[in-house]
Design a protein around this ligand. Structure first.
Ligand SMILES: [Zn+2]
Length: 478
């Protein structure tokens, strides 16, 4: 017997939006409207994490089963046993695995408003959905989507993101998006991309990109954020293939500014975009290739010869049918490989632990080999190798004196962990974002005892939810 009234989706969303409009109280985070919160990140304190299982991810040092990490003024001072730091605030590390913050290498963070919105019919698939809703975005929607993404990232132990921003509909869009990254305190690269629906024959707004580059000091959050180009390249988008004149101009603009470039390629059977990029001399150490799930041996050689890093996003590649990432083939060729979220419109969430598990499982299954991609190698891809693929391994990706203090603490005394067996295996196979107890970026504690310290989660969620409701309405997308 059915007695309860079924709440429709529209009613539910309406009530959530109303909560947001009321401004829910009782939040632990900073107060104020969404526009006045920059410059309120926690201090770069002096900390001594004690008696933890420390995975340095540094080849020379390896794991230190009962060790301390000393952090001061945003940098790692020392890693080792029985460190002395009289002025430091002690952080108990017993039962914790301490490791470098997880490095994410390609993520359309504005899409976080569109979480799980890739539908079940062709007209509601990822690309038409992102196009229709992306066109209805206002600058504040970029802010709200990206802020939700940054909150999810930090909550799950991701301390570096590559925000592949391909919906810049005017200078205010990039600025709003960057504001969300700055306020979160996360480290990353912001790659400037064409708007959804941008004409395939027109270059991006190069003057806007140049302006951002010129004023980058005001956007970079004291060096935490870098600028790059989210290049459309030669691939076919929702609005057709980009003309050679347009993609050449975009590419030249980035090279003239000396900023790194990133491009999606070879995600469909039969694609030979990488061969074309190689022929036309578009490959280089500064050019990151995304997906490359359908790649010939010659193309792998071209990537290796040119030092191109590759970004793999197993969950979106599986979900949308791009095929299986040939991780082992890239690694065997010596290509730097990083792991990525891509879009939560397809992946649902931004769980890097799950991404690590997927990349291992796909590779072992694809090659019928239980031992093909060991857990520790996968953990390297999510830390030091990912950092290398983004060109930031001199600063982050391992725990080493002199590096910036980007690290996480994973609580092993939780019900999905509980025993301490093989730490690399535990992190790749068993750990979840909820087990991340503490997150530090540049010596700032952004999550402590399981709670974000600089982001008001309730407000972030309420405002993102209200933003999606409004975007859908403007787009006529129900
Ligand atoms: Zn992508």
């Amino acid at each position: 017997m059915k007695t309860e009234k079924t709440i429709t989706r529209r009613e539910f969303l309406g009530s959530v939006a109303a909560l947001g409009a009321l401004g829910v109280t009782g939040c632990a985070g900073p107060a104020g409207s969404s526009s006045d919160r920059s410059g309120r990140l926690p201090e770069q304190g002096e900390y001594l994490i004690r008696n933890a299982y420390v995975m340095t991810m540094d080849a020379a040092t390896g794991d230190l089963p009962d060790a301390d990490v000393h952090v001061k003024q945003g940098a790692i001072v020392a890693v080792g046993g029985s460190l002395q730091a009289p002025g430091a605030q002690a952080i108990e590390g017993r039962g914790m695995i301490v490791l470098p913050g997880l490095v994410e290498t390609h993520w359309h963070m504005w899409n976080t408003l569109l979480r799980s919105m890739s539908g079940d019919k062709r007209e509601y698939g990822y690309f038409p959905t992102a196009l229709a809703l992306g066109k209805a975005y206002l600058p504040e929607d970029m802010y709200r989507g990206t802020r939700l993404g940054a909150a999810e990232a930090l909550n799950g132990g991701i301390t570096f993101v590559h925000d592949w921003c391909h919906n810049i509909r005017g200078p205010q869009y990039a600025e709003a998006n960057l504001r969300a990254l700055r306020e979160s305190g996360i480290r990353g690269r912001f790659s400037y991309g064409a708007a959804q629906g941008h004409p395939a024959t027109e270059p991006i707004d190069i003057a806007d990109l140049e302006g951002l580059h010129r004023d980058w000091r005001s956007h970079s959050n004291e060096g935490l954020l870098a600028l790059g180009l989210a290049w459309r390249g030669v691939s076919t988008g929702a609005t057709g293939s980009v003309s050679a004149a347009a993609y050449q101009r975009d590419f030249n603009a980035a090279r003239a500014l000396g900023i790194p470039i990133s491009v999606h390629a070879n995600n469909r059977k039969g694609s030979d975009a990488i061969a074309l990029l190689a022929r036309e001399k578009f490959l280089g150490r500064d050019v990151q290739i995304i997906h490359a799930t359908w790649v010939s041996p010659g193309e792998i050689r071209a990537l290796a010869d040119n030092g191109c890093p590759v970004s793999l996003s197993p969950y979106t590649e599986l979900r949308i049918g791009f095929g299986f990432p040939p991780t082992g083939d890239f690694l065997a060729a010596g290509i730097p490989v990083g792991l990525s979220v891509d879009t939560t419109a397809l992946s649902g969430n931004a769980d890097m632990f799950a991404i690590m598990k997927a990349i291992q499982n796909v590779e072992n299954s694809r090659t019928n080999d239980e031992f093909k991609l060991p857990a520790r190698r996968v953990l390297e891809l999510a830390t030091i190798e990912g950092a290398r693929s983004m060109g930031v391994d001199d600063r982050v990706g391992s725990l080493k004196p002199g590096k910036r203090a980007d690290l996480i603490m994973v609580n092993t005394r939780e019900v999905n962990l509980g025993v301490f067996s093989e730490p690399a295996h535990m992190l790749v196979e068993a750990a979840q974002p909820a087990n991340v107890d503490t997150v530090m970026v540049d010596g700032r504690i952004l999550k402590r005892r399981g709670r974000l310290t600089a982001i008001d989660v309730e407000q972030t969620v309420n405002e993102a939810s209200a933003a999606l409701t409004a975007v859908r309405k403007r787009a006529g997308w129900w």
